[in-house]
Design a protein around this ligand. Structure first.
Ligand SMILES: [Zn+2]
Ligand SMILES: [Zn+2]
Length: 660
């Protein structure tokens, strides 16, 4: 937001409410209500979902489709407005995803600073300007003579558009931009755009409404001139909008990719095409490089930043970043691609929840699954910085369901092995294994313990493989309310679960295990310890503190006493079925403020909360511990917990209210 917002700051449809706000404010759907009620509520939600912002365009879309298909008016150019708008949305999204991928990897990155949640929130309604362009195009096609029934292609119109852009549009923009930097307009409008020092492609369209009006007026000059001279075509209009989008996104993408040979073979090009590093300097220096897309006017009026060429060359030669710590995770559900940092930025900035309306996206979801399958390589999704430590998150393109399929084991193992070896080659200090990359490690079965496998196979591995189980155990122990004397264990007996049970028994807390098999295994592992009597075999549901993990049955959860506290020890949270009970987070800690560039949520965790498994890797590297923690090995629980606290990670408050 501008420091002193002026008139026409907000979009006119803001009172309709954005989809994000209004959606969350609706009451939750309840399974206990009647089917008809749920159905009508669902329909109301769909209408509400659609009735936001973009619904404004519906009458025009219907009218143009009707006149094109039924009435036989055959006005193809007006009919094409909708595909052009959809193309603009897709095009912008591709830039966001690609830029986030490239800047996380670090090669050719221009500014090495982080982006935080406030920027993502500020830039989340980037589609507003697409909607605005849609309204203008529909109004123009209805009212301006000669703006409808345009031909598909006319060369003279394309040339005229290019010439008018190079002349009046670039010239007027340059002076308008300088005017916007006058403190009166800057504080009221333009400072909103400049709130982002490190830009993302979509920063390019983040302006107050009044500024958009002036930009659209400028961009309308070539379009209206060609319409009035009868030279306009669908190609000249769509092509011009695409040119604006390409240049805008490129100028703000924060990585350099325009090859130097282009300027070598055609020297005048440096006056006609800016680069990402050129506009990046406008965001860091504020008083230079004002040009729209063509730097010629900065050269003419002496506002060219003298470091433009150096920054361009340095960015082009910047190598890929070598991280110190890698957290190795994977895709979860098919829908999880949207929550990925490389997916939909605003969705990635909120905790992942299953949202039924994502089913509407199934054709695109299928396409992303195909892409994951054909690409088939681990990819970088995030980079963070913690003091001098460079952190990255790598994602294996496999879904939860594949981890449960026996025949997928070989390829998953190969991908993890590749990631471990790549980490070793890059000099990574620690690689932490997230989610199912630990293969549900249990000390009581002979399943492959992924981490152990590589440590045994490569005994000279310098990169430490950390499954983070000690910190997960510590986080669970710390989540148990102080006065607790009895807990009930439900779910698979994992490495973390058995260590938690053992520690609780040592502390004099009675642990009830309902499965005779688990009870025997645990009892055996306790040996002749005196505290083994704290372990009891019981199916009682009256115990109010439950330790829950994967394998917790829904019917068991339904039988829990009112007010029961569920404390997960697994990577995946339990399905929340009870409104009258409390659900604690999976083992996790809040990240210290000095951990930079956190702009997305780790799966289902809240903002700036990291799973214990991920924190463990960071702490391991910070402390420089010369040990692996995987397979049957577990680091000292107290040592890891204390180190985490000392480095500024904070335990999460114990849940005192239930939340759906
Ligand atoms: Zn500016
Ligand atoms: Zn900018």
């Amino acid at each position: 937001m501008a420091s002193r917002p002026g008139i026409l700051t907000d979009w006119p449809w803001k009172p309709l409410g954005s989809y994000k706000v209004s959606w969350e404010s609706l009451p939750p759907l309840s399974s206990s209500r009647s089917f008809l009620f749920s159905l009508s509520e669902s329909i109301r939600r769909v209408i509400h979902f659609r009735a936001n912002n973009h619904v404004i365009l519906v009458p025009w879309i219907i009218k143009n489709a009707y006149s094109f298909m039924v009435k036989g008016g055959k006005d193809l150019s007006s009919f094409l407005i909708l595909p052009i708008l959809l193309w603009r949305g897709l095009h912008n999204q591709l830039w966001i995803s690609f830029s986030r991928y490239r800047t996380a990897k670090g090669k050719n990155r221009i500014i090495d600073k982080g982006i935080e949640f406030d920027q993502v929130d500020r830039e989340s309604s980037w589609d507003d300007q697409i909607l605005f362009s849609g309204i203008l195009m529909y109004v123009a096609s209805d009212t301006i003579p000669g703006a409808s029934h345009l031909p598909m292609w006319r060369l003279d119109g394309v040339i005229l558009t290019a010439l008018i852009h190079m002349g009046p549009v670039e010239f007027l923009y340059y002076w308008l931009h300088r005017l916007l930097h006058h403190h009166y307009l800057y504080s009221r409008y333009h400072s909103h755009h400049h709130s982002s020092i490190v830009t993302e492609p979509i920063t390019s369209v983040i302006h107050p409404f009044a500024e958009h009006i002036s930009y659209f007026t400028l961009f309308a000059i070539p379009m209206i001139t060609t319409i009035l001279t009868g030279t306009a075509s669908a190609a000249s209009i769509a092509g011009y909008l695409t040119y604006i989008d390409v240049m805008n996104n490129m100028g703000h993408c924060n990585f350099e990719f325009i090859p130097q040979w282009l300027f070598t073979i055609s020297p005048p090009l440096k006056y006609l095409m800016y680069t990402a590093s050129f506009h990046s300097l406008h965001h860091t220096q504020f008083r230079t490089n004002y040009s729209l897309f063509m730097p010629v006017y900065d050269y003419i009026y002496g506002t060219m930043d003298t470091s433009s060429d150096t920054l361009y060359e340095n960015s082009l030669t910047r190598p890929e970043e070598a991280p110190d710590v890698v957290h190795l995770t994977h895709l979860t559900t098919p829908d999880s691609v949207y929550h990925l940092r490389l997916g939909l930025a605003s969705m990635a900035s909120t905790p992942q929840k299953s949202k039924w309306y994502l089913w509407l996206m199934w054709p695109l979801t299928m396409w992303t699954m195909m892409l994951a399958w054909t690409y088939g390589r681990t990819f970088v999704v995030e980079r963070n910085r913690f003091h001098k430590l460079r952190l990255q998150t790598w994602t294996i393109p496999k879904y939860n369901i594949q981890y449960n399929l026996q025949w997928q084991n070989v390829s998953i193992n190969a991908l993890i092995e590749e990631a471990v070896l790549e980490a070793e080659e890059k000099g990574v200090k620690v690689i932490s294994l997230g989610l199912l990359n630990q293969a549900n490690a249990s000390p009581f079965n002979c399943n492959t313990l992924y981490g152990e496998l590589y440590v045994q196979k490569y005994p000279r591995l310098k990169t430490k493989v950390v499954d983070g189980s000690s910190l997960a155990v510590a986080a669970v122990l710390n989540s148990i309310p102080q006065a607790t004397t009895q807990v009930l264990h439900r779910g698979n007996l994992s490495k973390v679960a058995s260590a938690v049970v053992l520690n609780l028994c040592q502390r004099g807390i009675q642990v009830a295990v309902p499965s005779e098999d688990d009870y025997k295994k645990l009892k055996k592992s306790f040996g002749i310890r005196s505290d083994r009597n704290n372990l009891i075999l019981s199916k009682s549901y009256s115990i109010k503190t439950w330790l829950v993990g994967d394998g917790l049955k829904e019917e068991d959860q339904k039988k829990a006493a009112e007010g029961t506290l569920f404390i997960p020890f697994s990577q995946f949270p339990p399905k929340k079925l009870r409104k009258d009970c409390f659900y604690h987070s999976i083992p996790a800690m809040a990240a210290p403020a000095s951990l930079e560039n956190v702009d997305s949520c780790e799966n289902w965790l809240p903002r700036r909360v990291m799973s214990a498994w991920r924190v463990a890797g960071i702490v391991h590297a910070l402390e420089g511990w010369d040990e692996h923690e995987c397979g049957y090995t577990m680091s000292d629980i107290d040592k890891v917990w204390q180190a985490s606290i000392q480095h500024g990670f904070k335990p999460l408050a114990i849940t005192t209210h239930s939340k759906f």
